[in-house]
Design a protein around this ligand. Structure first.
Ligand code: NAD
Ligand code: IPM
Ligand code: MN
Length: 361
């Protein structure tokens, strides 16, 4: 029996609702496999915890998470706690403390997923965003001088280290080479005359080690336009922390909506646990009503399975999501359905059971 220890952080708003369905799917896989099991430890951290204890997570929280095989997270943030506190003291703290410097976000228009573009060829909307996840514009470096005074000045410094820039670009080249795809770098060297000129230079340098990988490089403003007008240009994409954050929400809108977009925060060296989560937030506007779409979280469960080495099951979960979308019967309201969050989770689990059975028969 292979046992994996998963730290579960449901978090705030719709976080617990969608995570429940992700776990339902993992359990279904384990039950059908028979030789694989997940052992969950729940951590009640988040905004409610903050209002009770004055902290988003325990002081030794990072230490507590250190020895898990993976972290499965719902979403963080709720009105009443300033977002920069709730996110910096929990989600971003985990990403940074565990050096999860790779954020993998698939923007793939799977069968049945709605797309706002007309005449789109499904196969041509298949991007894999690799977002720098540890520094850049999210380094948290800066200052707030003369607060509240007339001469008030705020500094938010982008930090691009040679090590940090090289490693994410090299990782993206490795993925592109492995998958036989092109690699596109997105930056902004015309206006950001230090950080992005440096980024472009490093991209150019590292590309010399991968002469077999076709490359392209776009300014972020043009890239935002091209993702809509000509999405097939983008296959594997590497970009900075902030640009990756923004463009993957745009990508989510192209590839079925925010309720379908998943993300994996990876520490490739496996020195620390990696973390899997939907890319959407806690959606306070629909929390507690059973309206949230759990598919993004279920897709991130598929990434978790891939990461643990069960790519066959990762693919099976994606196939099940695809089948659910194609049959168009059990969908949440954001996808024009009437089903609840848990009904969608039940249906995905049901399809997984059916698919596995048909494979073994
Ligand atoms: P959001 O992603 O929570 O919501 C944006 C819109 O999308 C809302 O209308 C919401 O109802 C809808 N939506 C999101 N997920 C959905 C789902 N699974 N099913 C159906 N509809 C869904 O973004 P926001 O409103 O900008 O932020 C809300 C809070 O979440 C803030 O506190 C923010 O800081 C936080 N946030 C957290 C994360 C995270 O934990 N990873 C990510 C983004 C935002
Ligand atoms: C995301 C989120 C986070 C980010 C926020 C909540 C800090 O928007 O994961 O996309 O910007 O990284
Ligand atoms: Mn985001």
């Amino acid at each position: 029996m292979s046992t994996y220890k998963i730290a579960v952080i449901p978090g705030d708003g719709i976080g617990p609702e969608v995570l429940h369905e992700g776990i339902k799917v993992l359990n279904k896989i384990a039950e059908l496999d028979g030789s694989l099991q997940f052992e969950y430890t729940y951590f009640p951290w988040g905004c409610e915890y903050y209002t009770q204890h004055g902290v988003m997570m325990d002081e030794d929280g990072i230490e507590k998470l250190k020895n898990f095989d993976a972290i499965f997270l719902g979403a963080v943030g709720f009105p009443g706690v300033p977002d920069h506190i709730s996110l910096w003291d929990l989600l971003l703290k985990i990403r940074k403390s565990f050096d999860q410097y790779i954020n993998i976000r698939p923007i793939k228009l799977i069968k049945g997923a709605p797309c706002p573009l007309k005449d789109v060829n499904r196969e041509e909307l298949d991007m894999l965003f690799i977002r720098e996840n540890s520094e850049g514009e999210y380094a948290g470096a800066g200052d707030w001088l003369f607060k509240g005074q007339e001469n008030e000045v705020v500094l938010q410094t982008g930090v691009f280290s040679r090590k940090g820039t090289e490693r994410v670009i090299r990782y993206a080249f490795e993925v592109a080479r492995r998958e036989g795809k092109s690699l596109t770098s997105i930056s902004k060297g015309n206006a950001l005359n230090y950080s992005m000129v440096f980024w472009d230079q490093v991209f150019e340098e590292v590309s010399k080690e991968y002469p077999d990988v076709t490359t392209a490089s776009y300014l972020v403003d043009a890239a935002a336009m091209l993702m809509i007008s000509d999405p097939k240009r983008f296959e594997v994409v590497v970009t900075s922390n902030l640009f990756g954050d923004i463009l993957t929400d745009l990508g989510a809108a192209l590839a079925g909506g925010i309720g379908l977009a998943a993300g994996a925060n990876i520490n490739p060296e496996k020195t620390y646990p990696s973390m899997f989560e939907p890319i959407h937030g806690s959606a306070p506007d629909i929390a507690g009503k059973g309206l949230a779409n759990p598919l993004a979280t279920i897709w991130s469960a598929s990434q978790l399975l891939d990461f643990l080495g069960y790519e066959n099951y990762g693919k099976l979960v994606l196939d099940a999501i695809e089948e659910l979308l194609v049959e168009e019967k059990v969908l949440t309201p954001d996808m024009k359905g009437t089903a609840s969050t848990s009904e969608v989770g039940d249906r995905v689990a049901g399809i997984i059971g059916k698919l596995l059975l048909s494979k073994t028969v």
